[in-house]
Design a protein around this ligand. Sequence first.
Ligand code: SF4
Length: 636
Amino acid sequence: MNKPALITPAEITNKLERILPTVQKPGRYIGGELNQVVKDWKAIQTHVALAFPDIYDLGMPNLGLTIIYDLLNQRPDVLAERVYSPWFDMENAMRSSGLPLYSLESKHPLAAFDIVGISLPYETLYTNTLNLLDLSQIPLFSAYRTDEDPLIIAGGHAAFNPEPMYPFIDAFVIGEGEDAIGEVVDAYTTWKQRGVTRNELLVSLAKIWGVYVPSIYKAHYFSNGTFSHIENLVEQAPLPIIKRILPKLPPPPTRFIVPYIDIVHNRIPIEIMRGCTRGCRFCHAGMVTRPVRERPIDEIIHAIEESLAYTGYEEIGLLSLSSSDYTHILELVKAISRKFKDRHLSISLPSLRIESFSVDLMDALKDTRRGGFTLAPEAATERMRNIINKPVNTSQLIETVRGIYSRGWTNIKLYFMIGHPSETLEDVQAIADICKLVLKEGRKEAGNRVRVTAGVGTFVPKPHTPFQWVPCDTIDQIKLKQDLLKRTLRDRGLKLNWTEPESTMLEAWLSRGDRRMADVIYNAWQRGAKFDAWKDHFNYDTWMQAFAEVGLDPDFYTQRERPIDEVFPWEHIDTTVRKKFLIEDYLWSQSGQTRLDCREQCFACGILPTFADLRRDNPGEFWGCPEVKSPLKTKV
Ligand code: SF4
């Protein structure tokens, strides 16, 4: 049965002219910005829409999508265009005027694209993803899509447990997408030329390293409801699905789109390093992005020069999971200051480790950095910091903040998390004590202008981490701890930010869920759940009603301590960090035994044996792992 003709870009533009004057921030919906890439639709073979399932202001700075946009548009046979979720007012206007979701560059409806790639950096974007597909008039379930419907793929850190979203996404890219996306496009183009069934497309995608096609696998559970195993329904479907990595980081994008409206980060984002080997036991990103790969200084400088020419921005973000761990961070900051001294650039280093944030680096940043600093001790007692494997002693922290204040900065943000395993109320009280100590140190240096912000998140035991076996705190336990902080962190120089306990539960359900969570997500969306990542729009009761209707117990996912031999519903997704290593690290945490940054000593987490060939074939590339001959080779 042929689908009705799709609305044309001209018709979309007409409707937009009537709608835009009625909505907030119309600049989110018009495109036409400096450096956007517009190609001749008819002349291009494969049309890819890249979607971020939240508003333009949040999606535009997403570096993952920017990299893929840049790489795909470098291909003569592909065009890539952007799509973001409309805000409530715009969505209502679109639904009431029959305007489906469209791309910013050419105003084509999403249903006209061949491939729709959705970025999933975090789980609370799931209902927005369903809403995005619905607004695009694309069937929500893979099973109902026909050959005329776009191929729906997704990637990002949340995809390391793809199971809760399995029926909505045709294929997931697990790990780094730079090379994989090109191979997905090639497989799609070949399929189009061959004119075979959509299922044959899906099977061909499953053969691509790092691509997971959930529809050709079946999940099995024990009678007690715990996960048993995953079964591949077709022979070519690999098990496990090994994450995709790049032996060498490609040159960074430089032609950044300059928005008409203010967005979350108005700066040039340069990824200086990928991966982190500090081994913080709660850190999902640190475990799934190994090994460490660094960009050479000259490549970074060249990219900054080009980006400045393309954008005119005045701030540079030197991005990574732990920028002060970049081997040549001091030389890099000095080189940037020297090279661009007449441009008065501001340099932001979003993630600084107390241990590697040297006074020399502070001095080098003194003339190029405005605003304040963010430090992440994560826990306030040395006992807890050893358990989470962030072994910084308190005197080091105080030494660092004294150095910051003595150089004229007055704002410091401290990141902590409550809810870690074996945490006591004394450990929570210590958060307030440390913040007051930092404030006192600051006032010695800079008087009453000093401000300390305590950003206190709540720990969620994430898949593929040493803490994946532990339960979350209950809502009551979290409230008890937050109330203690609200009571004790009282001073006009102190500010406390926290995460609502109910939002923590949502993140935990979605990140620790199995395939049965898909029914809950769908049900919650049908009940109106969307923008769940926004505190003012997340509705806890909606989700509890969805759990009730689907007949699932939310505590099954959050409150259960897992036996060490339990099989996790995400275990067939192989980050190449071995389960044995995670178990060992989990058991070490129980005695507060710490582990060095493995750049100093390799603990054979599993990365090297898996990628030994890749590494051998890419000599000269910086890999954080030391030269270890691989005893057991796993063909990739
Ligand atoms: S292989 Fe060794 S050095 Fe490399 S990430 Fe794993 S533990 Fe660290």
